[in-house]
Design a protein around this ligand. Structure first.
Ligand code: GLV
Ligand code: MN
Ligand code: MN
Length: 434
């Protein structure tokens, strides 16, 4: 197993002979309670960042942490830290997010938050003397569904956000992310005030559903995550000419939606052509489109596309992003219209910590749990915290690989197994057993 150099304090309490057992019923009941907040058609869940439903889910978490006797800290944008004190030194953190996409599922995010809470309160109840503090964490705004800006809370905790990064982050109603943050008293220089001192974090662990089909297809129970693919996001705006759909001849139009349709098809083509470049597993998606005026009897004058390109290698992702930008300009020139390409955010893929990968693998080996060592195609808070501390991720299977959908499902036994492994990994790291 690759070793991880973590600082030791001199008078370290000894590790207990056996791991305490999590309370499965409590874990699943709390997960269910979170799921009911923002529930909609077909059991879907909608908790967009800074919405009333998302706020309520965070309030519930504060309540559960307080009830568990943890020391709760909520920072200015709403990141929540539930801490159990230990002898001294930096803390072992575990967590994820409670916000969701529109009409998403119950598990993407909450499994990691409630799983971490269950691990920390189990440790507390066991009464063991901890050599260092442990914390369950909920990061605000991991999903990019509202503003096109992902991992907001963890990016701020990792000190990765500057004012200029927020410029093009706007929701469907025109509300700017920068304005929402300013309303919370966070702007300009105070953005960096949310950064946590890396010296206070020994390691960060995140339990998450796979959101893909690999574990189920291979009959594996646990994914040991090696790297996280990072997105490049663009807003592309074609401006043509709105006009009467009945009276304007076909050769006298500037149809912004027809231009956008060309680009949507190209995003798919460019990602497919580069899909396996440099083992990059490139994917490209246009997930949202805004049409103005958006009525049946008018030629669309202005169309805005949200483009998402991802890969586990920066090179492959950048190549597709450049190709998409080039093609957008060509399409605009061919149709004699204007195009604006506004970068929302571009991030580098991240490798997770070799020592933590080793810890999670060891646990699976010792417990004879079938596991897969694999990269993550989805983004996670771990990719931000990895920039300031050792970070590791544990995946559990997603039924049929479906996620960001009400059909998202993971069996309760698999959720509990994931939480048990998270607990074990937190304790091994805390006691320096890795
Ligand atoms: C988060 O789920 C993402 O969009 O990758
Ligand atoms: Mn998600
Ligand atoms: Mn997630």
């Amino acid at each position: 197993m690759p070793g991880m150099a973590l600082p030791h304090s001199k008078a370290r309490p000894a590790a207990p002979a056996a791991r305490p057992a999590i309370n499965r019923e409590r874990l699943l009941a709390d997960l269910n309670a979170v799921s009911r907040i923002g529930i909609g058609d077909r059991g879907s869940v909608t908790r967009l960042v800074f919405s009333v439903t998302e706020l309520r889910s965070r309030q519930l978490l504060v309540h559960l942490m307080t009830q568990a006797g943890l020391k709760v800290h909520v920072d200015r944008i709403g990141n929540i830290f539930g801490r159990l004190e230990g002898a001294d030194g930096p803390a072992v953190l575990a967590g994820s997010h409670l916000d969701s996409v529109v009409h998403g599922g119950k598990f993407d995010g909450p499994v990691g938050v409630i799983g971490a809470l269950e691990a920390v309160r189990t440790i507390k109840e066991s009464g063991v003397a901890l050599p260092c503090p442990v914390e369950a964490v909920c990061f605000v705004g991991e999903e990019s569904s509202r503003f096109g800006f992902s991992t907001l809370g963890s990016s701020l905790v990792a000190g990765q956000v500057k004012m200029k990064d927020l410029t093009n982050a706007v929701d469907a109603r025109g509300t700017k992310l920068g304005e929402v943050l300013a309303g919370l008293g966070v702007d300009g220089d105070s953005l960096s005030g949310l950064k946590r001192d890396p010296k206070t974090i020994k390691a960060y662990l995140e339990l998450h559903i796979e959101q893909g089909p690999v574990l189920e297809a291979k009959g594996k129970k646990i994914g040991v995550v090696t790297a996280i693919a990072a997105p490049t996001r663009l807003r592309v705006i074609f401006t043509g000419q709105a006009d009467h759909s009945g009276t304007t001849p076909m050769d006298m139009r500037k149809d912004a939606l027809a231009a956008a349709a060309n680009l949507i098809a190209y995003v798919e083509q460019a990602a497919r052509e580069n899909a396996s470049m440099d083992k990059g597993r490139v994917v490209g998606t246009v997930g949202a489109i805004k049409v103005d005026p958006g009525v049946i009897n008018a030629i669309p004058g202005k169309v805005e596309l949200a483009v998402d390109i991802r890969s586990v290698t920066g090179k492959a992702k950048d190549r597709v992003a450049r190709a998409v930008e080039g093609r957008a300009k060509e399409i605009a020139a061919e149709r004699d219209m204007k195009v604006d390409i506004l970068p929302i955010r571009s991030e580098e893929p991240v490798d997770l910590d070799a020592g933590l990968i080793g810890v999670i693998r060891d646990i699976c080996e010792e417990k004879k749990i079938a596991y897969e060592v694999m990269p993550s195609g989805a983004g996670h808070d771990a990719m931000q915290i990895a920039k300031i501390a050792p970070a590791g991720m544990i995946f559990i299977p997603s039924k049929k690989g479906i996620s960001h959908s009400p059909l998202e499902w993971t069996d309760p036994d698999e959720i509990c197994l994931g939480a048990e492994i998270l607990l074990d990994a937190m304790m091994r790291v805390a006691y320096g057993e890795n």
